[in-house]
Design a protein around this ligand. Structure first.
Ligand SMILES: Nc1ncnc2c1ncn2[C@@H]1O[C@H](COP(=O)(O)OP(=O)(O)O)[C@@H](O)[C@H]1O
Ligand SMILES: [Mg+2]
Length: 479
């Protein structure tokens, strides 16, 4: 096989005879002196022996303990010791299962995955993924520093070769995921030349997440971190509404409604208390009408929807002039509640409506709210099917975006920002069988995170309306 090592030694065979007086140049080949090779092998052996107790403490201490027991107590002692150790482990697993799981099961699993999956396939996968050349020596490859396992994923900490960048790995996440038999791969940068590759072993979002519990008191509602679903690592997915605007994008049936309803559900005690007011616009009359009693204002026709948006702009301006010179941040109170304009199918008003005047007024109002509403306590929470510019040229006015299932790969970056797809946000590949699954960028991390919104059923909405909705005798605001 042609490799770089023998490349230097290869000489071109002349097709015509070379005259005796002609001078031929060949690349000098300097074989590594045997003594250096020997030193390198000895160094590797010593390093292996020295590092083994640190890398595999359980394995090495078990081996040492067995040898010592065998030496002093013989085979019977060893068998007895084995029975005692196994019983001790059994007792531990029975008495403190979680601690046992974290300290023993996950560590053994990590060692096994390191040796059997990552170390064994490391070089071939990197070569086939185009991240290394086949002739490269192991020490010229990115090096696996450690493998740890969580309940749902393997984390492979890698030291990059000088001169390479995490982006090289980010551009090959699909190849890496397939190479190591994982459903996806995410790259997290820890520091210079220090990255972690995260390979899920199983999908914690495969099953629907039921509606999350409603907080007991209005004070428990954290408008900067409303629980709305689950992240792929099993943690709660929390969504900020106060101080931002959120756009949820996804094809029809992707679960946009569940994001809107999960956010509303997480705020219900504050809605009942009056520190939060939801102004809802439901052009399809399908999504939000069921919970109408929870909303301070509701609109389902184009004219009333535009009037609602313009009323929100009026309220925002009035607050801005009241705050000017006195107050820089909004604190929700019953006099100055946090206003959430929930807008389903936003393109219906801003792009698809046949009346040009309606489209223009809606677009102006949404642009004004999203560009000036944040600091005075007005938030727009909108849902959209098609993120292309022709349909929604206001999308960049929404600081936070959620990409549910999308039609095309090119739409991922339109929603989540330029490098989102390279970083593994494959929203166009989401299975239609898992509505509510999507990708978001969480605060403080550039890497998109896979999430699933909690599913709020019609029964859940009916319970919310019963517990927290306006009584039929109290009318909506402005109506
Ligand atoms: N988070 C979710 N978990 C499980 N199933 C969901 C979820 N969200 C939606 N669904 C299912 O998918 C269907 C379509 O959801 P919907 O919110 O109406 O989509 P969209 O508003 O994007 O068109 C719902 O009727 C429901 O059966
Ligand atoms: Mg919908």
């Amino acid at each position: 096989m042609f490799t770089a090592r023998n490349a230097g030694a290869t000489q071109v065979q002349p097709t015509t005879p070379v005259p005796a007086h002609a001078i031929r140049f060949t690349t000098p080949v300097m074989p590594t002196p045997a003594v250096f090779l020997l030193i390198r092998w000895v160094y590797r052996l010593v390093r292996l022996v020295v590092l083994a107790p640190l890398r595999f403490p359980v394995g090495v201490s078990t081996l040492l303990g067995s040898v010592v027991t065998l030496h002093y107590l013989g085979w019977v002692g060893l068998a007895l010791g084995g029975v005692l150790a196994v019983s001790g482990l059994g007792l531990w697993a029975w008495r403190w299962p979680r601690v046992f799981h974290c300290l023993v099961v996950l560590r053994v699993l990590a060692t096994w995955r390191w040796v059997w999956v990552y170390r064994r396939h490391w070089q071939p996968v990197l070569v086939i993924a185009g991240l290394a050349e086949s002739y490269q020596e192991r020490h010229h490859l990115p090096r696996i520093r450690a493998v740890t396992c969580t309940d749902w994923a393997d984390r492979v900490r890698v030291r990059l070769v000088a001169g390479t960048a995490p982006a090289d790995l980010e551009h090959r996440v699909s190849e890496l995921a397939h190479g190591f038999g994982a459903p996806s791969c995410r790259v997290r940068v820890r520091g210079p030349r220090d990255v972690v590759l995260e390979f899920p072993r199983r999908d914690l979002l495969a099953h629907p997440v039921g509606a999350l519990p409603v907080p007991d008191h209005p004070q428990d509602v954290d408008l900067a971190a409303l629980p709305v679903g689950r992240c792929e690592d099993g943690q709660e997915w929390r969504l900020r509404l106060h101080g931002t605007h959120v756009l949820t994008v996804g094809v029809t049936g992707s679960g946009k409604g569940s994001v809107l309803w999960s956010a509303i559900r997480a705020m219900t005690p504050a809605i009942a208390h009056g520190t939060v007011r939801v102004w809802a616009i439901d052009p399809k009359r399908m999504e939000l009408s069921y919970g109408r009693a929870l909303f301070a204002r509701y609109a389902d026709s184009a004219e009333t929807a535009v009037a609602l948006l313009e009323a929100a702009v009026g309220e925002m301006r009035q607050r801005a002039s009241r705050y000017a010179g006195h107050q820089r941040v909004h604190t929700p109170t019953t006099d100055d509640p946090f206003i959430v304009v929930v807008l389903d199918e936003v393109a219906f008003l801003s792009a698809y409506h046949p009346d040009r005047d309606i489209r223009r007024r809606a677009e102006n109002a949404i642009a004004t709210l999203t560009s000036q509403g944040r600091s005075v306590g007005v938030c727009v929470l909108a849902a959209l099917q098609d993120p292309r510019k022709e349909v929604m040229n206001l999308r960049n006015l929404f600081p936070d975006k959620i990409a549910l299932r999308l039609d095309e790969a090119s739409q991922v970056d339109m929603v989540l920002g330029e490098d989102a797809r390279d970083r593994g946000a494959n929203a166009h590949l989401i299975d239609p069988e898992v509505p509510g699954v999507g990708f978001v960028r969480l605060e403080g991390s550039p890497a998109p995170v896979r999430v699933r919104s909690a599913y709020v059923t019609d029964d859940d909405i009916a319970t919310m309306v019963d517990g927290y909705g306006r009584s039929p005798s109290s009318p909506e605001e402005g109506g």
